[in-house]
Write a protein that binds this ligand. Structure first.
Ligand code: ADP
Length: 407
């Protein structure tokens, strides 16, 4: 409409719930942007806390599948849309490379088609529930990255530079673009900042020291550390085995990603955890008793058939008083009453039957489903106020005693 600002935003597929969409950007090709995207996804996935995907928006130089040894994986389609492939460690990937008959053929489409391809990876691909979708952006700040910035609701940008880059120019352009689109810059990572001498372990700054850090500081954006030129890393990239990285690079960047608020939710206030717990408190007291259905030290996928329940007292953002209670049996309707009688106010499980969910809800007990990974970590997330429920229930069974594996 005349006089109105045009909205270029594209809706994601209705089956998607993507909590954070993060773009990884660089000024030019070859600085290691794709490699860093792949490393960040690997580290996030490795925490066991998150469901992670990579959208390869670098449409003319798609290198993500190769880094994961997934070039020959074929995405499956249905009437609803296209499913991403899954890497060896279960990261979801979509790339133009996976759709071409000959992945080595150059992509010679023009800008608008390239931009549309990226939009379709957002609108027509069924990512499902993701905690992080990382976008490996096309290099530079030209047309295709601009289309992506305008079309997708990005929650943050990581800028990758190398010391031989014109760092300050790239940072200025990225900041300008981010400001135009009102997207926060998470920070700057410098790749190939130095080499480590294999004989004496000394760090050699081939291109000089600390340029990116200084530029970041000057621009008022966080500096999130550097990576050396590492022959092991190059070898893993070439072999398609980036998920085998055993060195902990990018810790600061990872921590910064974990701080990005879930899409559409405001930045956490100073004392978010205690506040969040109080908000869900049904009993007027700020202390909550939670129970997590468990199999050993892991969250059980099947509520009714779990080995037992790990109970915690949650107060002031901390989960304490850990206690294990064996599963007394799984007759329909029995467990919710059992847990209610124990004073449990929140139940957390991998999956749960619809019948059990109903009984818990009748009793005013909050139900979180879709939890995965270590019990302690899930308790910590609940205490932090960062645990979200997928709300998945098992519809095949009308009691809590059996349940298909919910993710
Ligand atoms: P970009 O996406 O910026 O074009 P890539 O991530 O594809 O760059 O990196 C190109 C190649 O450079 C990678 O496949 C990898 O082999 C190599 N490389 C990048 N960073 C490093 C590093 N820190 N140490 C060793 N090799 C690296």
């Amino acid at each position: 409409m005349p006089g109105q600002q045009q909205d270029f935003h594209v809706e994601t597929h209705p089956l998607n719930d993507i909590k954070r969409t993060i773009a990884v950007l660089s000024g030019k090709g070859g600085v290691g942007k794709s490699m860093i995207t792949a490393l960040l996804a690997t580290y996030l996935q490795r925490t066991g806390k998150y469901r992670v995907g990579i959208l390869d928006a670098d449409v003319t130089g798609p290198s993500i599948p190769k880094l994961f040894g997934a070039e020959n994986f074929k995405p499956k389609g249905s009437d609803e849309g296209l499913f991403p492939v899954r890497t060896h460690s279960n990261i979801q990937l979509m790339s133009i490379n996976l759709l071409l008959d000959d992945p080595t053929a150059p992509v010679i489409w023009r800008g608008p088609i390239l931009g549309n391809t990226v939009k379709q990876f957002w609108s027509d691909v069924i990512w499902g529930d993701l905690d992080f979708l990382l976008l490996d952006m096309p290099p530079g700040t030209g047309d295709v990255p601009l289309t992506v910035f305008q079309s997708l609701p990005l929650d943050g940008i990581v800028i990758v530079t190398s010391p031989q880059d014109l760092v300050s120019l790239i940072v200025q352009k990225a900041i300008h673009m981010a400001q135009m689109m009102q997207i926060p810059i998470i920070g700057l990572v410098e790749n190939m900042s130095h080499v480590v001498c294999p004989h004496c372990g000394k760090e050699i700054a081939v291109f000089g020291n600390g340029k990116s850090a200084a530029v970041a500081q000057e621009a008022g954006i966080p500096y999130l550390g550097s990576l050396p030129i590492d022959p092991d890393l190059a070898r893993l990239c070439d072999a398609g085995q980036i998920e085998r990285i055993h060195k902990n690079y990018l810790d600061d960047c990872l921590a910064a990603l974990e701080q990005v608020p879930v899409h559409g939710q405001p930045t956490a206030p100073a004392a978010p955890a205690a506040e969040a717990v109080k908000q869900t408190s049904g009993g007027g007291s700020s202390m909550k008793k939670i129970a997590i259905s468990a199999e050993g030290d892991q969250v059980s996928a099947h509520f009714g058939h779990c080995e037992g329940f790990v109970e915690f007292a949650v107060e002031d953002g901390k989960a304490t008083d850990k206690q294990f209670v064996a599963n007394p049996g799984h007759k329909p309707g029995f467990l919710p009453n059992f847990l209610h009688d124990r004073g449990v106010q929140v139940i957390i499980a991998g999956g749960m039957g619809a019948g059990a969910v109903e009984i818990f809800q009748e009793k005013g007990i909050d139900v979180y489903t879709g939890a995965q990974g270590s019990v302690d970590e899930i308790a910590r997330q609940y205490a932090d106020g960062t645990l979200t429920s997928t709300g998945s229930v098992c519809h095949e069974h009308h009691n809590e005693s059996s349940c298909g594996g919910h993710s």
